[in-house]
Design a protein around this ligand. Structure first.
Ligand SMILES: NC(=O)c1ccc[n+]([C@@H]2O[C@H](COP(=O)([O-])OP(=O)(O)OC[C@H]3O[C@@H](n4cnc5c(N)ncnc54)[C@H](OP(=O)(O)O)[C@@H]3O)[C@@H](O)[C@H]2O)c1
Length: 240
């Protein structure tokens, strides 16, 4: 379609599948991520541009903006993850504060900073799609809280950009396998439980999410904005 697409966290998992879907559409895609070698390899496989930076660090985002396209038709805020998988357990208040801030930075700040950095480059009729989580509705500690905050932030973005025909929506996955999300800590038992919670009796795949993002980014989805679209096989049923 010849659009300029930016996918944060496009070097692995869901973001990689999203980037691949846009490449297949004939768009020009820029993928981002922190690990430069992983990102460069992914970009080469995709046929995309690579810009490496930490999307949760304001100074890094500001510096990276110089390398991002001058006009952005579709911004996909996909970078994120549950930082609790990477931390040591600690019960003292300082450790809790550190853990909560880490999840806010990883999931809320990443989207808010990159969107703010690119706000004046978003094309009229453009699209902002942000990856939330089922955890925003079902819990999961500070990871869930950070994804819940993202839903309120998205509503504000949709309101601000709406008059320019720009939509902003959240896609909220349930369990998605073939990603690095769980850092090898998802037990077979837990996976069985999560699959058992679905109506489809299967785990999600990155492509399940990518296809919904592709629709929200399409010209046909121009009247869908400020929404949360759940892609979880029925594991959580949204009623508003
Ligand atoms: N997999 C699931 O079951 C699931 C379920 C619900 C929601 N989600 C959400 O889906 C999104 C994608 O996750 P995934 O499952 O595809 O995980 P993943 O395989 O770990 O991929 C995450 C991607 O984001 C990048 N990234 C993470 N933090 C970043 C940061 N601060 N700045 C720049 N890039 C960053 C990673 O690269 P670097 O590490 O090199 O930066 C990687 O490319 C996340 O927002 C996650 O919360 C996943």
């Amino acid at each position: 379609m010849n659009r300029e697409i930016v996918v944060t966290g496009g070097s692995a998992g869901i973001g990689y599948a999203i980037a691949a879907a846009f490449v297949r559409e004939g768009d020009r895609v820029t993928v981002t991520g922190r690990r430069e070698s992983v990102l460069t390899e992914a970009a080469a496989l995709l046929g995309a541009r690579a810009v490496s930076f930490d999307a949760g660090d304001p100074e890094a985002v500001e510096a990276a903006c110089a390398q991002l396209p001058d006009r952005v038709d579709v911004l996909v805020n996909n970078a994120g993850g549950n930082t609790d998988f990477e931390r040591e357990d600690g019960a003292d208040l300082k450790a809790l504060e550190t853990a909560w801030l880490a999840n806010l930075r990883a999931n809320l700040f990443t989207a808010a900073l990159v969107t703010a950095g690119l706000r004046d480059r978003l094309a009229d009729q453009g699209r902002v799609v942000t990856i939330g989580s089922i955890a925003a509705r079902t819990g999961a500690g500070s990871y869930g809280w950070s994804k819940a905050a993202l839903e309120l932030w998205n509503a504000e973005v949709a309101r601000e950009f709406g008059p320019r025909g720009i939509t902003a929506n959240i896609v909220a996955p349930g369990l998605v396998v073939d990603t690095e999300f769980f850092h090898g800590k998802l037990t077979a038992e837990r996976q069985e439980t999560l699959i058992g919670n679905t109506m489809t009796k299967r785990a999600g795949r990155p492509e399940d999410i990518a296809e919904v993002v592709r629709f929200l980014a399409s010209p046909e989805a121009g009247h869908v904005t400020g929404q949360v679209l759940h892609v979880n096989g029925g594991a959580y049923v949204s009623r508003g």
